[in-house]
Design a protein around this ligand. Structure first.
Ligand code: C2G
Length: 131
């Protein structure tokens, strides 16, 4: 069984996230998603609309996702890759090169981001339309 892992906040879940998860799953047979906690979001300078438990529950409802774990520390990836016996680490190519150090433990694949959608864009568009 080929095991894949990816990391992210996945706030205001949108089709860019879903497309990423679909392609991540296609890299193997079992997809683990490490979902950023509020603690990690603070480290990334992000605040999420949905708290961790709600983002975790939404991710668990997605057909491509087999397991959701918390991402509470920026440097937990090396541990996770070994602990979960991961074959492939993948993430969007906005992070190109950032996680090449994991190549010592597994394949590292950067997937093209989906253009035209982001959590930030959703927030900005909603503010403009006063929904
Ligand atoms: N993504 C995408 N296309 C978009 C938006 C996001 O492919 N239009 C991808 C990102 O590249 C990432 C995943 O969806 O792989 C989750 O995106 P975010 O929630 O923004 O995650 P990020 O803040 O980049 O967190 O330790 C790594 C970090 O936790 C990554």
């Amino acid at each position: 069984m080929k095991r894949v892992i990816t990391y992210g906040t996945f706030d205001l879940l949108h089709y860019g996230h879903i497309r990423l998860l679909k392609r991540a799953k296609a890299l193997g047979d079992y997809l683990i998603v490490a979902c950023s906690t509020e603690e990690l979001n603070a480290f990334k300078g992000k605040t999420s609309y949905h708290p961790y438990e709600e983002r975790k529950a939404m991710l668990e409802a997605i057909r491509y996702v087999d397991l959701v774990i918390p991402e509470s520390k920026w440097d937990q990836k090396t541990h996770d890759v070994q602990y979960y016996d991961v074959d492939v680490f993948t993430i969007g190519d906005d992070w190109e090169g950032e996680f090449d150090y994991l190549k010592e433990y597994c394949d590292v694949v950067y997937l093209p981001r989906t253009e035209g959608i982001s959590t930030t864009k959703i927030r900005q568009d909603l503010e403009k339309t006063n929904i």
